[in-house]
Ligand binder design. Structure first.
Ligand code: TMP
Length: 210
């Protein structure tokens, strides 16, 4: 009998250090003998990556409603093509962002109605992570990190600091409302300390019988 699938998501604002943590989660789960599937959003399927290009292109002028629906269009495709099949065969899915990002960015950042997003969550996504790590870092520190990586900022990275303050507040509100699912990690710390905190929280969760 195969182990049941695990669905773990990773969330955070700009410059929170998700890439390093994704690699660490992959390593920790693989070391426990899990088949690991990593996804990213928006994207993760050929169709979703095409939607991602549209969403992040600074030349596009998207209304908040268009942006929200495109995020869920990419997610609907990813859930059906990748996440559900992986969970069904017992894999551990590590999602670099999932629906909490839409509540934080489109709900908190853009001010769209959270109830509408919850409807889309039920209808278009239909699943929720078992465990969610929120990498929390102050907006100024996160943006400095993200901008320090160089390259042209994408359409969303060009938003003003107050947008990202609302994103951060919405994430923290969601984490406070669902403490059993969320682990809030202080991502202002150096990368190795962040990775260590995530690994120990993951180990505690798995050992508690996930
Ligand atoms: P990334 O930086 O993690 O690759 O994500 C791309 C951008 O998309 C990032 O600025 C967050 C944003 N985003 C949303 O606004 N809503 C969503 O639902 C998702 C998944 C991402």
């Amino acid at each position: 009998m195969s182990a049941p699938g695990l669905f773990i998501s990773l969330e955070g604002g700009e410059g929170a250090g998700k890439s390093t943590v994704i690699a660490a989660l992959h390593g920790a789960l693989a070391a426990r003998g899990r088949d690991v599937v990593v996804t990213r959003e928006p994207g993760g399927t050929p169709e979703g990556e095409a939607i991602r290009c549209l969403l992040l292109d600074p030349g596009q002028h998207l209304h908040p409603e268009t942006e929200l629906l495109l995020m869920f269009a990419a997610r609907a495709q990813l859930v059906r093509d990748v996440i559900q099949p992986a969970l069904a065969r017992g894999a551990a899915v590590v999602a670099d962002r999932f629906t909490d990002a839409s509540f934080a960015y489109q709900g908190g950042g853009r001010g769209l109605d959270m109830g509408r997003i919850a409807e889309l969550e039920r209808w278009a996504a239909g699943i929720k992570p078992d465990l969610t790590f929120l990498l929390d870092v102050g907006v100024a520190q996160g943006l400095a990190r993200a901008r320090g990586r160089g390259g042209e900022p994408d359409r969303i990275e060009r938003e003003r600091e107050d947008f990202f303050e609302r994103v951060r507040a919405a994430y923290l509100t969601r984490a406070a409302a669902e403490p059993a699912r969320f682990r809030v990690i202080d991502a202002s710390l150096p990368a190795d300390a962040v990775v260590a905190a995530v690994q120990s929280a993951l180990a505690a969760w798995l050992d508690a019988g996930a």
